[in-house]
Design a protein around this ligand. Structure first.
Ligand code: SF4
Length: 79
């Protein structure tokens, strides 16, 4: 699996703890970093593919990623 995109992440200079907030309500600062990240889409797809439900990836929280996966499954079933 190619993970080279990680070296281009806007979070590479940020304390990793920021991306594991105490609650989703505290995820704003991490999401703000993701907003300016050039590999946001790849990061999000990686997290979705690997069922990463902890922390902020690709500008989303774990519950948001679960929601994306549910929507995709639902769309696939009705297509
Ligand atoms: S999208 Fe966010 S978590 Fe992913 S590499 Fe970029 S800054 Fe880091």
């Amino acid at each position: 699996m190619d993970l080279s995109w990680k070296t281009a992440g806007a979070c590479r200079w940020v304390e990793p703890e920021l991306f594991f907030p105490a609650s989703d309500a505290d995820a704003g600062p991490a999401k703000a970093v993701c907003t300016g990240c050039h590999v946001q889409e790849r990061c999000l797809e990686y997290a979705l593919a690997n069922r990463e439900y902890e922390g902020v990836w690709g500008g989303t929280t774990g519950p948001e990623r679960r929601s994306i996966l549910r929507r995709r499954r639902s769309t696939a079933l009705t297509a």
